[in-house]
Design a protein around this ligand. Structure first.
Ligand SMILES: NC(=O)c1ccc[n+]([C@@H]2O[C@H](COP(=O)([O-])OP(=O)(O)OC[C@H]3O[C@@H](n4cnc5c(N)ncnc54)[C@H](OP(=O)(O)O)[C@@H]3O)[C@@H](O)[C@H]2O)c1
Length: 321
C-alpha cells in the first residue's frame, strides 16, 4: 500500500512509519520541514503540490497538530485548535479533489474528548463527552472543543468515496526518546513517580504495538467508520499506574505530589497539569465488538515490556558511543 501520513514526523508518526515500512508499504510523510526522501512539504493550511500524493494512495493517517505538551496559554490553545482544524480541513479538500481518492482516511483525535470522571468508563456508545464537568478548570472545556472541531472538520469533508475514522487515542506508550513513556519513566526512576493530587484520576493508555495493530485493523475493516477509541481495555488510577511503572523499573520509592507541586513541576517543564490531573477513563468498545484483541491488556504487562525495550535502547546507544 501507499500510505500518506500528514504530521508524521512526531512520536506517533515514527511508530507508524517504522511499522508500515517494515511491512513493505510505501510511506510518505507530509511535513513543514522536509528532510528525508520520503518527506513532502506542506503547510497544513492550504492546498499545494503535496495534494498529488493523496491521489491514488491507499490510506491517509493525519496526525498533524501543534504539540499539546506546552503551557495552555491563550495563544498556545489557539494554535492547538487551528493547526488541528486547518490540517484536517485541507486533507479533506485534497481527498475531495483526488481523481482516485484513498479508500480510508484515519484522522487523529484524542480520548481527551470524554468527560473527566471516575465513576464509569467511557466507550463510544455510552461515553460522556466532556466540557460540562463541575469543579475543574474552565480551560479543560477548551481541549474538548478543540477535539470536537477537529472531528467535525473530518465529518464535514465531502469525500463520499473515502471511509472516515476518527482515532480517539489514549496516550500511546513507546520507549522512544521524548515520548510520554520516556518522560514518566524518568520521573519514576528519580523516585518522583508517586501519586499526584491523590492519584485517583484514571490513566488511559495503549501499548505502541497494539496501537499499530489497531490502526492496521481499522484500515482493513471496511465496516468501521466514525469515532473509535484506541485505548487498552484496562485504564487504571494514576497511583496504580505509577506504582506498576516503578515496579517495572525496580524503583521502590515514589514520592507523592500535591496539586500545587504538580502545578510547579508542570510550569518548570513548560507543560500543563491537565495532562496529569484529568481523569481519562476510556475503553475500546468498538474495537472489542469488532473482534480486535489486545496483546497488552493490562498495564503491568505492558510496562514490563516497554521497560525491557527502553533498557535495550539505552544499552545500544551506550555501545555505539
Ligand atoms: N502521543 C500520544 O500519545 C497521542 C495520544 C492521543 C492523541 N495524540 C495526537 O496525535 C497527533 C500526533 O501525536 P504526536 O505525539 O506524534 O505529536 P507530535 O510529536 O507533536 O507530532 C505532531 C506533528 O504535527 C506537525 N505539526 C505541529 N504543528 C503543526 C502546525 N501548526 N501545522 C501543521 N503541522 C503541525 C509536526 O510536524 P512538522 O513539524 O514536521 O510539520 C509534528 O511532528 C497529535 O495531534 C496529538 O495531539 C497523540
Amino acid at each position: 500500500m501507499k500510505i500518506v501520513i500528514p504530521g508524521g514526523t512526531g512520536q506517533v508518526g515514527a511508530i507508524l512509519e517504522r511499522a508500515f515500512t517494515a511491512e513493505g508499504h510505501q510511506v510518505v510523510i507530509l511535513t513543514r520541514r522536509p528532510r528525508r526522501p520520503q518527506d513532502v512539504a506542506w503547510d497544513g493550511v492550504s492546498l499545494g503540490d503535496w495534494a498529488a500524493e493523496l491521489d491514488g494512495c491507499d490510506a491517509v493517517v493525519n496526525l498533524a497538530g501543534r504539540s499539546v505538551s506546552c503551557r495552555y496559554t491563550e495563544a498556545n490553545l489557539r494554535a492547538m485548535m487551528d493547526s488541528r482544524v486547518d490540517s484536517a480541513r485541507v486533507v479533506g479538500e485534497a481527498i475531495a479533489a483526488a481523481a482516485a481518492p484513498p479508500r480510508v482516511w484515519l484522522q487523529m483525535s484524542t480520548a481527551t474528548v470524554y468527560a473527566h470522571r471516575h465513576d464509569a468508563a467511557n466507550d463510544e456508545a455510552s461515553g460522556v463527552i466532556g466540557g460540562q464537568e463541575k469543579g475543574v478548570p474552565d480551560y479543560w472545556a477548551y481541549s474538548v472543543r478543540i477535539t470536537r472541531n477537529w472531528e467535525r472538520a473530518q465529518e464535514e469533508a465531502d469525500t463520499p468515496r473515502t471511509r472516515k475514522v476518527a482515532l480517539r487515542a489514549a496516550m500511546v506508550m513507546s520507549p522512544d526518546r521524548g515520548g510520554v513513556f520516556d518522560v514518566l519513566s524518568r520521573m519514576a526512576r528519580l523516585g518522583l513517580g508517586g501519586p499526584v493530587a491523590g492519584g485517583g484520576q484514571y490513566v488511559s493508555w495503549i501499548h505502541d504495538q497494539d496501537f499499530v495493530r489497531a490502526v492496521q485493523f481499522l484500515v482493513d475493516h471496511e465496516e468501521l467508520s466514525g469515532p473509535v477509541n484506541l485505548a487498552a481495555p484496562a485504564p487504571l488510577p494514576q497511583r496504580d499506574f505509577m506504582r506498576a511503572l516503578r515496579t517495572s523499573w525496580r524503583m521502590p520509592l515514589g514520592l507523592p505530589a500535591t496539586r500545587w507541586m504538580a502545578e510547579a513541576g508542570a510550569f518548570a517543564l513548560r507543560s500543563d497539569t491537565e495532562l496529569l490531573l484529568k481523569s481519562r477513563r476510556v475503553v475500546p468498545g468498538r474495537l472489542l465488538d469488532a473482534g480486535f484483541s489486545f496483546t497488552y491488556e493490562t498495564w503491568p504487562k505492558a510496562a514490563d515490556e516497554l521497560v525491557r525495550r527502553a533498557r535495550a535502547r539505552v544499552r545500544t546507544r551506550t555501545q555505539r558511543d
